[in-house]
Design a protein. Structure first.
Length: 99
């Protein structure tokens, strides 16, 4: 009994288990963008639609979040949100866009 090797089937479940289809890169990026919009909205105290409108008005999503996805998605939600808020304010000011 002392030298017996215990083998038991895995009972934990991972997202890559049989039957799970991994999301595409586009799906992962879209999910990340949605998460960014929701986090920015929460920080600003507004609806996600308003945060989206502001971000789209200065092309923040297509000119910053998506191209920088590889770097941004490795950061904490707090850091990403702070960075996006700072960038949003800077780009709005630079482009003369009123909130």
């Amino acid at each position: 009994m002392q030298n017996e090797v215990l083998t038991s089937p895995r009972t934990d479940t991972y997202i890559w288990d049989a039957g799970y289809e991994r999301p595409t890169e586009q799906e992962r990026i879209a999910t990340f963008v949605c998460s960014c919009i929701e986090s920015v909205a929460e920080s600003l105290g507004c609806k996600a639609s308003e945060a989206y409108r502001r971000m789209e008005r200065v092309d923040l999503i297509h000119d910053y979040i998506i191209p920088c996805y590889d770097t941004l998605h490795t950061e904490s939600r707090e850091n990403v949100t702070s960075d996006i808020l700072e960038t949003l304010a800077f780009w709005e000011e630079k482009k003369g866009v009123k909130q």
